[in-house]
Design a protein around this ligand. Structure first.
Ligand code: AMP
Length: 363
């Protein structure tokens, strides 16, 4: 049987495993948490992501390795890359780990970005704000996710305090983009270079965290988003799923960041597309033909954050599909998601409203 190793044992690894079993794969994960949420579904090695011995074991026992999040020690992975194929390429992982490097790459590829400056002192921040203007967003270059490691700067008051909260690590400051919509494009590239794209997804964030996503296949911006994603895929000779997150401002797209992995804004593809992002990622890294990314009906995905609704009430809503990740409830933790799929957009909107009402008052 073909064995796939996944570095990381969170919900993305769990959903990759769920997509892999019908293909006859076995899935081996590596995660430091002995209670990781992929544990129930995969064979897990408990160890740090950079644990040389565990990584060598994975290299010896798996046909191919992949990863489910960005904050991994690239050097440790490079060490085993000559023993086992690792996809997506580590160059893409390295670039996605550093917001400054990522923005430089976007510029080199002629992908528009918000105005940004790299800073390491309060004086540099002050000078950058004169250029960029206010409001602005201060972000750590590394290890930021779900809105962590960033602060909105409305004015210069409290600048020194905000600086102290994040100082001591490399930072970037970006113009605050008064976007009309946040969008993402999910692309996949096979080992042989074939590419496929899911339709643009409209995303709603709250406090920096994704709340809901819905594909918009008819959106006129699909074409330009695909062009930008193609430039990234080609730059790396990429293999696997890549997600590019974008802001729409005055009908133009600005790139915010990219993820070299399956992504929360693609969870709707499990029920909503002919082939899910998880299956297509596995197909790509294993050198199998890609499946169609075409949506099958209208759909929307809503994250379950902090607490879970009553499954009886939720599953009574027609068209609703529940995914529970098996994690302990905690504030601001993604515990699961719901995808609603419907033949017509009006019933979809009604069903989504019912799901939201239930989530907002789980009672
Ligand atoms: P990030 O970690 O960069 O994906 O940021 C998380 C969320 O914060 C984004 O999805 C946006 O909602 C918001 N955000 C980040 N950067 C900016 C920006 N430059 N302008 C406006 N909103 C932003």
């Amino acid at each position: 049987m073909t064995a796939v190793g996944i570095i990381g044992g969170g919900q993305l690894a769990r959903m990759l495993a769920l997509a892999g079993y019908p293909l006859g794969l076995t899935v081996q994960t590596l995660d430091p948490d002995p209670g990781s949420c992929a544990l129930a579904l995969t064979q897990q090695l408990v160890g740090e992501y950079g644990d040389g011995e565990k990584l060598r074991w994975l290299a010896e026992h798996c046909h191919c390795l992949t990863y489910e999040f960005e904050h991994l020690p690239v050097e440790s992975l490079r060490y085993i890359a000559d023993r086992v194929p690792i996809f997506p390429p580590l160059e893409a992982l390295g670039a996605a780990q550093d917001r400054a490097e990522e923005k430089t790459l976007f510029r080199e590829l002629d992908i528009p970005v918000p105005r940004t400056a790299n800073i390491s002192t309060l004086a540099e921040l002050d000078a950058a704000l004169t250029d960029i203007g206010l409001p602005a967003v201060l972000k750590t270059r590394r290890l930021g996710y779900d809105g962590r490691g960033q602060r909105l700067l409305q004015d210069r008051r409290g600048l020194a305090t905000t600086w102290r909260e994040l100082a001591g690590q490399p930072l970037v400051v970006e113009e605050y983009v008064p976007f009309e919509r946040e969008l993402s494009i999910i692309a996949v590239r096979a080992r042989g270079g074939e590419t496929a794209f899911y339709p643009l997804v409209e995303n709603e964030h709250r406090h920096g965290m994704l709340r809901s996503s819905a594909p918009c296949p008819e959106d006129p911006l699909n074409q330009v988003a695909q062009q930008y994603a193609t430039r990234l895929l080609n730059a790396f000779g990429y293999v696997g799923v890549l997600v590019l997150e974008l802001f729409e401002v005055n009908g133009r797209l600005l790139a915010n960041e990219f993820a070299p992995r399956v992504h929360n804004s693609g969870h709707w593809t499990i029920e909503g597309a002919q082939t899910s992002q998880f299956e297509n990622h596995l197909r790509a890294i294993l050198g199998l033909p890609l499946g169609s990314c075409r949506p099958v009906e209208h759909c929307a995905m809503i994250n379950l954050i902090g607490q879970l609704p009553d499954p009886n009430a939720l599953l009574a809503i027609p068209g609703a599909h529940l995914h529970v990740y098996g994690k302990h409830p905690r504030a601001n933790r993604k515990l699961g998601h719901v995808t609603v799929r419907e033949r017509d957009p009006v019933s979809l909107a009604q069903r989504v409203q019912s799901v939201r009402a239930l989530i907002d008052s789980p009672g």
